[in-house]
Write a protein that binds this ligand. Structure first.
Ligand SMILES: *[C@@H]1O[C@H](CO)[C@@H](O)[C@H](O)[C@H]1NC(C)=O
Length: 211
């Protein structure tokens, strides 16, 4: 209890002054760490195809309860496992950038709210091989939803941040196109992404840029 005995032996004003100084130093340290971090912004489109040819989303749990009040035909607890394609443009035929692998569960008794937990695995471009862990609440009635970036691997090791998530359009009854803007802060010491070899990476097309 060195801190307590030091405090007891110190005149009160001096103790408070040193406490303030210590807090200021801690705050400065935090700001410096933030300055050392890099924000990576990615935009891509996610194709959630729940039936028909090219299905990528499969319902694995059907909730046993009554029909959901806000989502006709659905039930509390309904769970779908996904391996959705990610593309650079909103067309499924545009350049593939990766997959969104995970699941979503209808997790509100009254509202049309999904709990989403997924790994974004990037399979092309500057961050090929890296992953981003995304978790959060998807209120499908809201025009923009915010989910959390809770970690990652490779270039996204120790990432924190958020994802802005919008429904871009319905391609068909079974094919929803979502637009995702990922803002991930990675520590300055994280390994930089692989070099952007000319020809291998079209930066403007990828919509990848550092803020
Ligand atoms: C991504 O990395 C994998 C493994 O290194 C490689 O086989 C693949 O060709 C790369 N893809 C692109 C589009 O660069």
């Amino acid at each position: 209890m060195a801190f307590v005995s030091m405090a007891a032996s110190m005149p009160r004003a001096v103790f408070i002054a040193s406490l303030v100084a210590a807090l200021a130093m801690a705050a400065a340290g935090g700001a410096a760490a933030a300055r050392g971090g890099r924000v990576i912004h990615l935009r891509f489109y996610m194709h959630d195809i729940t039936g028909g040819p090219g299905q990528t989303a499969v319902q694995v749990v059907k909730g046993p309860g009554p029909a959901h009040p806000a989502m006709p035909g659905s039930h509390f607890g309904d769970t779908t496992v996904i391996d959705d394609a990610l593309t650079e443009g909103d067309s499924a035929a545009s350049r593939p950038l990766g997959r969104a692998q995970g699941a979503y569960t209808l997790a509100s008794l009254g509202e049309p709210v999904l709990w989403v937990s997924m790994t974004v695995v990037l399979t092309g471009g500057a961050y090929n091989g890296s992953t981003i862990a995304v978790v959060g609440r998807d209120d499908v009635s809201a025009s923009v939803r915010e989910l959390a970036v809770v970690g990652g691997t490779g270039a996204f090791r120790r990432a924190t941040g958020h994802v802005l998530w919008r429904t871009a359009r319905m391609e068909s009854r079974d094919h929803m196109v979502l637009e995702l803007d990922v803002y991930a802060t990675v520590p300055g010491a994280s390994p930089p992404p692989p070099p952007r070899a000319a020809g291998a990476v079209r930066q403007e097309g990828l919509n990848l840029f550092n803020l």
